[in-house]
Design a binder for this molecule. Structure first.
Ligand code: PLP
Ligand code: COI
Length: 370
């Protein structure tokens, strides 16, 4: 049973009861699964799990064999989607150690998501400890080279009750999946479909937090993108369907001929940790970065005039992926002749070099786990 106590600074701490899986995957089977993992279909042997009950708080912290959750058919999350999640990665360094990238930022965003969804906040120290415990026990699953271990913390409302109200019970869990590239073809330029009928988030809604419902609501538009032969959907603002917001699972940046960059402002979009890191890296390199609205019409006009040099998508799963082509009901256009641009690829290299420990971590973004 996980033991909880308060640390000297008042933050809640939980001791995880670690129960290694008895019949863990063999080295040969794991090596086979790590050959070409793709994204999100291969999973490690363990999970971290912590439970919450009103009156008792967070308790029963465990690291155990990855297994099904038994859920009563009336469990709240199955009906009213009170669910949040996070995404971060562990990277294998050349010296054999392991880096996490900005786990504190994910822990903070998870707390904000919990707040918006009226869920019990997971103490940031507990979030990070759960992630570290899982990475340690499943470290053999971290691919070498440019692969990484995608870590998925999530929380579900676990009360068995059909009334519409915040649940009095939650399960916080962390699972992990060794991954290669999110897009087939790695950082090759992607094509995106402009969704003019569906919006992702409204002012006052849940666009700025990472709840499963946002993704459920995006799937119809994403399916439309695939039907049009595109990789991803890009959403416009909910009021006028004019300004670019973000992709289904990524933020977006624009690069102009004067060397400056712009990205849509925060509000109804997810405050991406990659977005924030790119802003810092670009400014550090002397570039101007504006957080300002940019309309789809301006995007089309700037691509045609040559004022816009590059566009790219970014996120934990996608890293930095150049956007080569934009398709919409009003016609298609290409960016940079459909090729990956130097600014996108330069920023990508800077970012991944820090993540893999090949470049100095001057921002204190890296947490060494091993
Ligand atoms: N926007 C959406 C909708 C996302 O799902 C993601 C991915 O998590 C991002 C942006 C990028 O966020 P981050 O860089 O923190 O992964
Ligand atoms: C991420 O990049 O972590 C995401 O959540 C994107 C997608 C896999 C949902």
């Amino acid at each position: 049973m996980g033991v909880s106590f308060d640390k000297a600074d008042g933050s809640l701490w939980l001791n995880f009861d670690v129960q290694p899986k008895a019949d863990a995957t063999s080295d040969a089977d794991r090596a086979d699964k790590l050959k070409d993992p793709g994204f999100g279909r291969v999973f490690t042997d363990h999970m971290a799990i912590v439970r919450y009950s009103a009156g008792k708080g967070w308790h029963s912290a465990r690291v155990e064999s990855r297994a099904n959750f038994p859920l009563d058919p009336a469990t709240a999350v199955l009906h009213y989607a009170q669910e949040i999640f996070e995404g971060l990665k562990a990277y294998r360094r050349e010296d054999g150690g392991v880096n996490l990238f900005r786990p504190d930022a994910n822990a903070r965003r998870f707390r904000n998501s919990a707040d918006r969804m009226a869920m019990a906040p997971v103490p940031e120290a507990v979030f990070i400890e759960a992630v570290e415990q899982l990475v340690q026990i499943d470290r053999a699953w971290i691919p070498g080279g440019e692969g990484s271990l995608y870590i998925r913390p999530f929380m579900i409302a676990n009360e068995v009750f059909l009334g519409v109200k915040p649940s009095s019970e939650y399960i916080f869990a962390v699972i992990a999946s060794p991954v290669g590239s999110y897009f087939k073809g790695g950082p090759a330029p992607v094509s995106i479909w402009v969704s003019e009928n569906y919006t992702r988030a409204a002012v006052g809604g849940t666009g700025a937090v990472k709840c499963g419902g946002n993704y459920a609501a995006s799937l119809r538009a994403q399916a439309e993108a695939i039907e049009r032969g595109c990789d991803q959907v890009v959403f416009l603002d909910p009021n006028e369907h004019r300004n670019v917001e973000e992709l289904g699972g990524m933020n977006v940046f624009f690069v102009f001929e004067d060397g400056s960059l712009s990205t849509p402002p925060l509000g109804t979009i997810l405050p991406g940790i990659t977005r924030d890191s790119i802003i810092a890296l670009a400014r550090e390199a002397g570039k101007t970065v504006r957080e300002e609205a940019y309309s789809i019409d301006q995007w089309r006009a700037d691509a045609a005039s040559g004022k816009l040099k590059e566009a790219f998508a970014c996120g934990t799963a996608a890293v930095i992926s150049p956007i080569g082509k934009v398709c919409s009901a009003k016609g298609d256009f290409t960016i940079n002749g459909g090729a990956a641009g130097d600014v996108a690829m330069g920023l990508r290299k800077k970012l991944v070099d820090i993540q893999y420990g090949r470049a100095a971590d001057t921002h204190n973004w890296i947490k060494k786990v091993l």
